[in-house]
Design a protein around this ligand. Sequence first.
Ligand code: HEM
Length: 480
Amino acid sequence: VGALAAAFIALSVFVHVASQFLFKNPNEPPLVFSWFPVNRAKYGDIFTFILLGKKTTVYVGCQGNDFILNGKAKDVCAEDIYTVLTTPVFGKDVVYDCPNSKLMEQKKFMKIALTTQAFQSYVPIIADEVSSYFKKSADFKGKSGIVNMPPKMAQITIFTASHSLQGKEIRHKFDETLADLYHDLDMGFNPVNFMLHWAPLPWNNRRDHAQRTIAKIYMDTIKERRAAGKSDAQDMMWHLMGSTYKNGTPVPDHEIAHMMIALLMAGQHSSSSTSSWIMLWLAARPDIMEDLYREQMENLGADLPPLQYEDLAKLPLNQAIIKETLRLHAPIHSIMRAVKQPMPVPGTNHVLLSAGGVTATDPTYFPDPDTWEPHRWDKDSPIAPRMVAKNEDEEEKIDYGYGLVSKGAASPYLPFGAGRHRCIGEQFANVQLQTITAMVVREFKFRNVDGSNKVIGTDYASLFSRPLEPANIHWEKRDA
Ligand code: HEM
């Protein structure tokens, strides 16, 4: 079956590539042949290549970011691209398996659940999850050791997100069946499924079984909660259970269940990749890890009291770690849109691709762009970012239906996207990543196994980029 699938993919890619080259229109942007050809010096800001058998026009630079991410709904659309991948994984009637106006309402429900009060309740939950993970994990027994960090960060991310956003019942189920089921479900995000999402292949069968089983677990939990009455928990599931669409329909249980899956999957890949890069950079730069430890001792107290939401604002370097890591390693490296009607850029009648990482590493905006240096975000840093866009607070805002977002997308720094599909999880991700980082810094000293200041390369093979593995680091407990 594997060989057949490989032959099928190779054949369909070949047919598409051949036909696109043979029938090329001379008015279109340059057609480039490479797997992922972001080489601005060679091709300029706009060029076309064949991605997964489809003619794809890349438009980079601040103008390109704005053109694609702020495109009008009548011109560009995300659901036509992503639904084949996401609907079997999330389930029906949510995200891209519904009209865009319904997605905007769903995003609004999710966004307004993420209140300051909710974050205040999440930080202690996340901090406890991190401490107890290290206490229990066999890989962190003893005083020091070597560990492949990304799988550990993937577990910490899903435990902290599920516990805070979905409540303790769901978190407990991760210790039983949910971890394996989510692993099977994740296989549906394999990029070959852009073409083979329908095929009765072993990984798709496992995906479908996992989707049905996980959705049932959520729906049973919702029923149990309704039977038990209201709780004071601040999780997202409670909030959605009390939400109603503009037309007066309460959000049905199966949609809540499917949104729970979508939320965990959307956050999991991005946050776990980012937290892995953070840990790898701390191992490459033990001096920064010590700066972070000092920052906590000085600003929170030498006895390091239990971490609270309010403490995060007192730790500017801890915050800068997240910003700087996302600048170099935004996990959603490519954002695609299907073109619905001819656009004012010639040739863009197929798929558009935005790659925000190009401006995030452009020396015009970020001096010494390839160096991971969280201190660049310090006030008065000689390599401080030179943003062309105004401050977020001064920018003109627009409401696509899920709350105000900046109107322009012309910033060189957009790890959370822009426009109608912009991330609603940014604040949650920041709270989660800052809390995880602060807790790890309290517990450990890291260094690279070979003592160097380098990190491993990037794995771009899936929709979400992440560190290549194994990505081993040396850890030592502070109290050792
Ligand atoms: C959308 C990045 C974490 C939920 C997006 C987009 C980006 C992004 C770039 C826009 C995609 C597009 O335009 O097609 C990130 C990064 C994260 C992160 C870098 C962490 C470091 C999260 C978390 C959640 C979440 C934790 C949930 C709690 C969503 C949702 C969308 C979204 C619901 C909307 C999709 C749409 O409207 O099409 N995110 N995200 N994200 N993200 Fe995040």
